[in-house]
Each structure stands twice: as structure tokens, then as C-alpha cells.
Design a protein around this ligand. Sequence first.
Ligand code: NAD
Ligand code: TDX
Length: 332
Amino acid sequence: MRKILVTGGAGFIGSNFVHYVLNESDVTVVVLDKLTYAGNPRSLEGALSHRANLVVGDVCDEVLVDELVASVDAVVHFAAESHNDNSLRNPRRFLDTNVIGTYTLIEAARRHDVRYHHVSTDEVYGDLELDDPNRFTEVTPYNPSSPYSSTKAASDLLVRAWVRSFGLKATISNCSNNYGPYQHVEKFIPRQITNVIDGVRPKLYGQGQNVRDWIHANDHSAAVWLILQRGIIGETYLIGADGEKNNREVVEAILQIMGQPSDAYDFVLDRPGHDLRYAIDSSKLRVDLGWRPQFSDFIAGLENTIGWYRENEHWWRPKKSQTEAMYSSLGQ
Ligand code: NAD
Ligand code: TDX
């Protein structure tokens, strides 16, 4: 592999992956990103050079996608509408980008016989009871709950069908909740960190009992890079770092690290259809490809992330007031 196309490379995880690949290899990277409200070219600062360039455009643009895919050895598809709460208010964009965008990319990858890696989420499997001893595996049936997760599930199924029907050279990964620097302030952890910086109490949906399985974005990037090089065509790999925590525990940890009383939060209106618990069994990735998470200490990763938001207000401040206005209109 000499040159790869990374879609959504100005987003949270896509930009992390671009930095990772440039550090780990000699590969040249072309980023295709529409720069929606979620994309920020500043997340690629220090990456754009003779080995990486940014093309501003839409993954649904067939002509542009065809031209770019024809010029690379592999495609890694991160671009998506990624926020559940937005999908409940305005689902249409999720269908366009997540479903038609994926269709556009896999058609181009098929035409040009280019390796394709599809980045997806554990949310395609629905949710688990709090006391369920089982975790999601590669054979758990799909059962998505939200407009976001149903469009991601649809996109995964398109990829599987293109592998079987057309011999597309594809792999799929489904990862749990990511955290780390450069995450949009609409998401749970950065929203609460930046609220505390602003002297606002963190907001927990419902009773704060919902469980997410946290993984640092660097560990996700390392797993995707490994799958791209050593994954078996047609296979799905689950990515997770054994990081289950309920939302209350996460907010209490943020408050504690930021020097606030650990009960200084509020409960707000719950998310409709709110998935109760996600949990990943990543044995296949660990056994078959030898992957291990490097950020196994969640509190240390959170301290580092809080430090980044404290030092990089210029990055998140322009998005904060509009995001909070949206939440307050929903009673959240
Ligand atoms: P993000 O919202 O931070 O970034 C998405 C990026 O895609 C943005 O840069 C945006 O400008 C770009 N984009 C959106 N629509 C586009 C379009 N039509 N054409 C081109 N670019 C477009 O998302 P993220 O959290 O970095 O998620 C990246 C991927 O990882 C998504 O596919 C998501 O489903 C998946 N994922 C995310 C998580 C998580 O916890 N955030 C977990 C598992 C999987
Ligand atoms: O203010 C909040 N209060 C709160 O309690 C927000 C924004 C969220 N929450 C809860 C909802 C979830 O239980 O926190 C949890 C995490 O919420 P999000 O950050 O919105 O993430 P989630 O809905 O779990 O989805 C994330 O992980 C899977 C990503 O946004 C998806 O892109 C990914 O596929």
C-alpha cells in the first residue's frame, strides 16, 4: 500500500487515524471530507504536507469519488453523520451520507478493484441488559435502535452484500464508544468537560445508568490500521477495550479530576429509545491479529483528554454555544 483515501478525515476519529498512519508508515493519505458542522481542518494541523492532502467534497459525489478511488490502493471509510441525538431530529442526512455515501464508495472500490475498509459501530447490535453476562461478538444479530445506528447497520449490510455478490475486497470493524482529544462538544464526554470549564453542571440523560464501553481513539486507529494490513477479506472485527462504565461514573470521574464535588451534576430528559448498555468482546481481533489496547487506564486517558480541552479552547469554543442552544431546545 502506497496511497490511501481516508473519508471523514477531518472528523474526530478520522483525523486521529490520519495522524496515526503518517506516524506509523510511509503511506500517502488523501482525505475526502465535506467539512460539515462536525469536520474541522484544524484537527489535521501538522498532518497536511506532501504526504497528506485534504479534498473538500461529499462521499455521495459519484464523479469525485470515482476519480479519487481510482488513484489509491485502499479506502478507509470513516465519513458519517455520527450523532444519535441529531438523527432523532433530522434523520434524512443520515440516510444520504451513511447509506448512499457508502454505496457510492463501494461501487467505486468495486469498479477499480481497490481494497476497502468500512468503519462502523457496536450500536448496530442494539443494546444489552445491565446484568447480561454476554457481550457483543461478530455473530450477534443486528438489532439497531436509532436512525443513526440503523443507517450504519444498512451500510454494513451493503458492504457484506458487495463482498459476496461482487467479490469486493472489504473488511468491516465495529467499535465501541471512543473518547480523546478533538471530539466534537456535542458528544457526552467533551460536552461535560467543556460544561465544567464554563461553570455549568454536567447533564445526565435519564438516571445516568446507561453503560458505554469506552476506548481511546488512538487504540481504535491502531486496530483499523492493523485490520487494513492483516485482516482477512470479507471478515468483520469487533474493536473494544473492556472499558464498561455507566454514565454517572464517567461524570463523577470528570468532576473529581476537575476539582468539583462529584455530585455536582443534573439529570435531564432522557434520549428517546436510549440504548441501555453496549459491551464488546474483542477476542477475535486480539487472538487473530494480536491487537491490544494501549490506553487501558480510563482515568489516565480522561485526565489527558481533560488537559487537552483545557489547553485547546480555540478548537472547541466556536462550536459550544450553538451546541448547547440545540440541547436546551430539547430540554437536555
Ligand atoms: P465525526 O462526526 O466526528 O466526523 C465525521 C466526519 O465526516 C466529519 O469530518 C464530517 O465533515 C465528515 N462527513 C460527514 N458527512 C460527509 C459527507 N457526506 N461526505 C464527506 N464527509 C462527510 O465522527 P466520528 O466520531 O469521528 O466517527 C467516525 C466514524 O466512526 C463514523 O463512521 C462512526 O459511525 C464511526 N464510529 C464512531 C464511534 C464514536 O464513538 N465516535 C464509535 C464507533 C464507530
Ligand atoms: O449530554 C449528554 N448526557 C448523556 O447522559 C450526552 C450528549 C449524552 N449522554 C449519554 C447518552 C449515552 O448513553 O451518554 C452516552 C454517550 O452519548 P454520546 O456521546 O451521544 O454517544 P452514543 O450515543 O453512545 O454514540 C457514540 O458511540 C457509538 C457515538 O456518538 C457514535 O458515533 C458511535 O457509533
